[in-house]
Design a protein around this ligand. Structure first.
Ligand SMILES: NC(=O)c1ccc[n+]([C@@H]2O[C@H](COP(=O)([O-])OP(=O)(O)OC[C@H]3O[C@@H](n4cnc5c(N)ncnc54)[C@H](O)[C@@H]3O)[C@@H](O)[C@H]2O)c1
Ligand SMILES: O=C(O)C[C@H](O)C(=O)O
Ligand SMILES: [Mg+2]
Length: 477
């Protein structure tokens, strides 16, 4: 895993060059001296005295890119017009678009997809609302709703800035599970308004995936929507994360030969993800979880302003351990981070029990750079796609919603979550299981199918599937 958190990338720098003042040789030298490699040069336009060029420069990481640009800005006769990289270019105009399923070629088509033909379909739904599942996009469509308050580990960056993440989730829904997902970012942080707005848009959708809404508001929002809507509501950062974490941890414990029941687990970041991860671990048999947030370990008996923390403290930390992470991490078997970068230090890991398991899941920067501890940690996982063992909710939400939509489930049940975790864990066979492979890749097609099947089965068992039980006839499951 010898790899920095940065990764080599190309940046494209558009320069306006006054030919009488600066030569291209000077520019090339400045780029080279700053650590960049010129990969391509495109002339955009030119006059006898000036030229505009796009210079593609390979840089080892973002800091080298910054250095190159800074140096170019210092050159006389050179104006840096714009800097972009492949990631930014990929986002131009957004990442998704709407596609009609049938073409409108003539008046006949028009009269079917639109008025007057469409009116009969509207009336059919009016008479039997459940037929919306067969006659509209509801069958395959979910809303991905955020208020932009807990976007990755970036925090409250607002609804507009949250859109690229929600568009990314929509891409994953479509590519992995053929679920159509609408990214919807709301310009309000008011719980009542969020609940009301989601209720008002719900008729179009077969499910609601809440995303990146900060704790503790996310708990009430989800709870109220679950009570008021007849379609499944799932806060991905809570439950998706918890499902994938459990899958990864079950497999990691097989490698180190420890039982979940016996492990001391330190979980840092008692927000949306942290609460749900704790609940699923307790449901799966964990006995000793110590939650740590900014002010240290949560201890029962202390009255916290955050009401959710009082409930949390009551069911965790049975030995009443106090102090910061450096205190409670001693002798721990497992560290789980859903907080922010830099929270865990090498010296903390040094005090853990034998064969430490580190799940540093904060995005985009984990609680510790895996390179710092690869020689002392037995198993390391992060939320990122550029390291082995990606513990990310993307392993759960596509298959989960595919299953919910396929059986027209009215809600998500706890059994579904446990079954989904088991399904993900089982994709990695006993022979394949090793320190670098505790969790399947997001590209492993078995993940979505197995999660979907597990969810559909659990939906019928729990009596929340509204589609006639079709499993025997299709032989699909
Ligand atoms: N890998 C995944 O699949 C996945 C899924 C969900 C969330 N996450 C990551 O987990 C983190 C939290 O997400 P969330 O949705 O729960 O956000 P949240 O805002 O609901 O909760 C974050 C919690 O972490 C605490 N925290 C932040 N910095 C801390 C620090 N330095 N020390 C101790 N506590 C700290 C906050 O006080 C808060 O209670 C983010 O970085 C997010 O990207 C990862
Ligand atoms: O978006 C991700 O990559 C995972 C998770 O939903 C997060 O908020 O970090
Ligand atoms: Mg998220």
């Amino acid at each position: 895993m010898a790899k920095s958190l940065g990764s080599s990338t190309n940046i494209i720098i558009r320069l306006e060059i006054d030919k009488n003042v600066c030569t291209f040789a000077q520019i090339a030298a400045a780029i080279g001296e700053s650590g960049g490699d010129i990969v391509a040069i495109d002339v955009i336009r030119g006059t006898p005295v000036s030229t505009v060029r796009d210079i593609t420069v390979n840089v080892y990481d973002g800091s080298v890119g910054d250095r190159v640009v800074k140096r170019l800005k210092q050159l006389q006769g050179v104006k840096v017009v714009n800097v972009s990289d492949q990631t930014f270019l990929l986002h131009l105009g957004g990442k998704i678009e709407m596609q009609p399923k049938v073409p409108i070629r003539n008046r006949d088509d028009l009269s079917r997809v639109y008025t007057p033909g469409v009116a009969r379909v509207c009336m059919a739904i009016h008479e039997d609302p459940s037929s919306a599942f067969t006659l509209t996009i509801k069958r395959d469509t979910v809303a991905v709703v955020s208020d932009g308050t807990a976007v990755l580990g970036l925090g409250d960056i607002g609804p507009m800035a949250a859109m690229p993440v929600m568009e990314g989730k929509a891409m994953l829904f479509k590519q992995l599970a053929n679920v159509d997902a609408f990214p919807i970012c709301l310009d309000t942080q008011d719980t009542d308004e969020i609940v009301r707005t989601i209720q008002a848009i719900a008729p179009a959708f077969g499910g609601i995936n809440l995303e990146d809404i900060s704790a503790p508001r996310c708990f009430e929002i989800e709870q109220r929507l679950k009570e008021n809507l007849d379609i499944p509501v799932f806060h991905d950062d809570q439950h998706g994360t918890a499902v994938v974490l459990l899958a990864g941890l079950l497999n990691a414990l097989k490698i180190v030969g420890k039982r979940l029941e016996d492990c001391k687990i330190v979980l840092c970041g008692i927000g949306a993800a942290g609460m749900a991860c704790t609940d699923i671990l307790l449901a799966a048999g964990a006995n000793n979880i110590i939650g740590v947030d900014r002010h240290g370990a949560l201890v029962r008996g202390v009255q916290y302003e955050n009401e959710a923390w009082n409930g949390y403290a009551a069911k965790t930390n049975p030995n009443g351990e106090q102090g910061g992470i450096q205190d409670v991490i001693q002798g721990a078997d497992v560290f789980i981070g859903v907080s922010g970068p830099g929270v865990l230090k090498r010296e903390h890991v040094e005090t853990m029990n034998e064969d430490p398991i580190i799940f540093a899941m904060a995005n985009p920067m984990p609680e510790i750079d895996p390179d710092e501890i690869e020689d002392i940690a037995r198993i390391i996982a992060t939320g990122r796609s550029d390291y082995p063992n990606q513990i990310n909710n993307v392993l759960c939400f596509p298959g989960l919603f595919r299953g919910l939509l396929d059986c027209r489930a009215s809600k998500v049940t706890y059994n579904m979550k446990l079954a989904a975790a088991q399904a993900i864990a089982e994709v990695v066979s006993e022979e394949e299981l090793n320190e670098m492979y505790i969790i399947p890749s997001v590209f492993n097609p078995l993940v979505v199918t197995k999660v979907r099947d597990a969810v559909v089965n659990a939906a019928y068992e729990d009596g929340v599937a509204r589609r006639r039980d079709y499993r025997e006839n299709t032989g699909k499951l």
